[in-house]
Unconditional design. Structure first.
Ligand code: NI
Length: 159
């Protein structure tokens, strides 16, 4: 499989902003906060996770762009959600938090030259990662969790 290019990756990151609104824009806070199946994430928890993941990647990309092949610490998604998701009591605010970070990252990605896209950091689990690979991971991560939100919201709501 050919490695995706910067333009395609940025287009995917932009598309996710539209897809997220299309998916959650008309859902009530109660619906977003409903846990579909015991032990699974509600749409609101996924939103909190997306905002926190954006926070982590914002730092990672900036470290790579300004460091000398810096170490990129992994983080435990499940533990972050367990500890932090409930702090995001308003799914709309959470979406705004994600959106503000995403817009800043899109501006950053739009400013990169070819050499910067190729700069790398050393991820604790995935090894050497270029800025382009990190951006691609965010785009894949979006897709995965948008599907999770779609599934969570498609379940009939118990009353
Ligand atoms: Ni995730």
């Amino acid at each position: 499989m050919r490695a995706p290019d910067p333009a395609t990756t940025v287009a995917r990151l932009k598309a996710a902003t539209r897809d997220l609104v299309a998916l959650t824009g008309s859902a009530s806070p109660e619906r977003l906060q409903k846990v579909p199946v015991e032990g699974q994430w509600s749409a609101a928890m996924v939103l909190a996770h997306l905002a926190d993941a954006e926070l982590v990647y914002s730092v990672r990309v900036r470290m790579v762009l300004t460091g000398d092949r810096p170490y990129l610490a992994p983080y435990d998604e499940q533990r972050w959600v367990t500890r932090f998701a409930e702090l995001d009591t308003d799914p709309k605010q959470c979406t705004s938090r994600w959106r503000a970070l995403r817009d800043a990252n899109l501006r950053l990605f739009g400013s990169l030259d070819d050499a910067e896209w190729r700069l790398t950091g050393l991820h604790g689990e995935r090894g050497e990662q270029s800025v382009l690979q990190l951006a691609g991971s965010v785009a894949n991560h979006d897709r995965e969790h948008l599907d999770q939100i779609r599934k969570a919201l498609s379940r009939p709501s118990a009353t």
